[in-house]
Design a protein around this ligand. Structure first.
Ligand SMILES: [Zn+2]
Length: 193
């Protein structure tokens, strides 16, 4: 078994040993909100936003982007599980700023192995073959965090399955300070209509 698997299972054993009354938590989030955010390993919404099990929905993907699938989760979160406020939180130094659709497509076309990033951008050093299937995916990369938060709040706000009475707030998490910084134009775009 890999070292990581052993570590995970050991950690889970002690977690489950102290599970306590978490067994009685109801399914709907107790604090009635959802966060859409990036999968970045340095940012943990449970830590930076003070969440405990049972509090909130956290939807994570690369960039914290309002993809169709993220919106699917948000709509379920509201419609069936009672969240009433949503946060879109992108972050500084996001990996999604380091490439474009074209770069990703080119990398995947030459090799499926991990690429490396240096001062002049992403390069493949793994062997081929690659695949050209990457060109069919919009990787939802980011040029500017303020813009991407605004864009995603707007996309959610204007989605036909999202009700107007639910506020959506826009923030950027600073990986250097741990602070949440509001994107006021995004929160304004996400206000109740
Ligand atoms: Zn990120």
């Amino acid at each position: 078994m890999s070292e990581i698997r052993k570590e995970i299972l050991a950690a889970n054993q002690s977690y489950a040993a102290n599970f306590g009354d978490k067994a009685d938590l109801p399914m709907p989030p107790g604090r009635h909100f959802a966060i859409l955010t990036c999968m970045d390993a340095r940012s943990d919404p449970a830590q930076y936003a003070g969440l405990a099990e049972g509090d909130a929905h956290v939807i994570r993907n690369a960039g914290g982007r309002a993809s169709d699938d993220a919106i699917r989760s948000l709509v379920i979160s509201y419609k069936l599980l009672g969240t009433r406020e949503w946060f879109v939180i992108h972050h500084t130094d996001c990996g999604m700023e380091t490439f474009t659709n074209e770069v990703m497509d080119k990398l995947l076309s030459s090799s499926l192995k991990s690429a490396i990033l240096d001062g002049s951008g992403w390069h493949d050093n793994g062997p081929g073959p690659g695949s050209s299937e990457g060109k069919y995916i919009n990787w939802l990369t980011i040029k500017d965090q303020t813009q991407s938060v605004l864009e995603d709040v707007k996309r959610i706000r204007h989605h036909p399955l999202v009700p107007g009475d639910l506020p959506i707030y826009g923030y950027v998490y600073d990986v250097k300070t741990g602070k949440l910084i509001e994107v006021p134009e995004a929160t304004a775009a996400g206000k109740v209509v």
